[in-house]
Write a protein that binds this ligand. Sequence first.
Ligand code: GDP
Ligand code: IMO
Ligand code: MG
Length: 421
Amino acid sequence: MKVDVLLGLQWGDEGKGKIVDVITPNYTTVARFQGGPNAGHTLEFNGIKHVLHTIPSGIFRTNTINIIGNGVVIDPVILKKEIDNLAKFNIDIKKALYISRKAHLILPTHRIIDAASEAQKGKAKIGSTLKGIGPTYMDKTGRNGLRVGDIFSKEWDAKYATIVAKHKELIGFYKFDFDITEAEIAFNESIAFLKTLTVVDSEYLINKKLQANERVLAEGAQGSMLDVDFGTYPFVTSSNTTTAGACTGLGVAPNKIGEVLGIFKAYCTRVGSGPFPTELDNEEGELMRKIGNEYGSTTGRSRRCGWLDLPALKYATMINGATQLIMMKTDILSAFNTIQVCVAYEYEGITSEELPYDIVTTTINPVYKAFKGWNCDLTQVRNYADFPVELTNYVEFIEQYIGVPIKIVSVGPDREQTILR
Ligand code: GDP
Ligand code: IMO
Ligand code: MG
């Protein structure tokens, strides 16, 4: 079998957690391949709402193996908290969760460096989640990082001391006040806890599963427009959030990738700084935020809201090779009499469906196509045949523009509010 990949096509928070949970029964294994606790993936079922940060969203389904792959960066303190929060669900965590030995660790000082770097940037800050993601990936590519496998080494204390000494010098350069005494106590406790979990060579595990004809789902974090290569650089995260990231983040060859499920909201949101061509800095944006409850699952920050951006969605579909699309939060647009969709960008005297190189400094005027709204409650609808015609027009227009079918439409946060086409 091949690995199917589910990932976000926008700026994150598309609803990946919900859909991974819905489709997990089709898979024996769900694996996260990049990012870390900057992610906040929400699941809702039986009246329970749960947010996961590092643990894959297949964890609530019995008989599923969940893997935190080598491409993920793990904050052991946050991971421990996440596992503690699962206590009431009776999950046998040692059987349900596998952690790659090669995954890098976020240290208390990585979080300080993240904060110091953001403080130094001032107004130009990325708006990072302050989870230490960027500094941890910098140490990984800079070949200084500590990996999960290192915690079992006799050299662990020395390795930790060496990297923390380097970090302290760097923090000195930023002239940033800090005290990690308490954070280090929690860190050491969580490392002791991590040692009791199931730590594996996950690339072997996954490839053996594929050979045994098992179905594996790779769960993306963040979104394609936050990809370190293809996103709105430098206002991005520090990993490859795209399909290619699933290969390097799990040890799966490109010819072992199967379906790529690209997920998007029926509109757009972004949290943190950076370009957002269709942003609605007005009452309509306020309404979207309010009805859509657009506040970060990880940081609680307000999400910026705007209309669907088809040039960006088409770009994301292209770089990921998405074979199916999933449209989320369709119910939120029920509040609008007229729905706008960006079909092209005007910049530097041209009209184009392609993104400019420097999307940060280029002034973009979105070209909109207006759609009549459907203005009715969708949250109880369970069949595509019962969709109002205004909504089928919307769905079909997007499919035609992107050239990829929309296979799932979501009309509410619950597992049940999911319509398969
Ligand atoms: P993720 O990071 O991609 O997993 O997405 P988040 O969990 O950060 O944000 C998505 C939010 O939308 C969560 O609060 C979900 O419960 C909620 N959600 C998901 N799908 C729908 C939907 O179709 N309609 C509504 N109203 N909410 C949804
Ligand atoms: P999920 O998986 C939305 C954003 C941050 C910031 C930028 C860099 O829930 O979709 P970082 O902490 O990664 O260095 O921050 O990326 N960001 C997200 N935005 N959803 C996420 O994850 C995000 N993870 C990071 O807000 O703009
Ligand atoms: Mg999220």
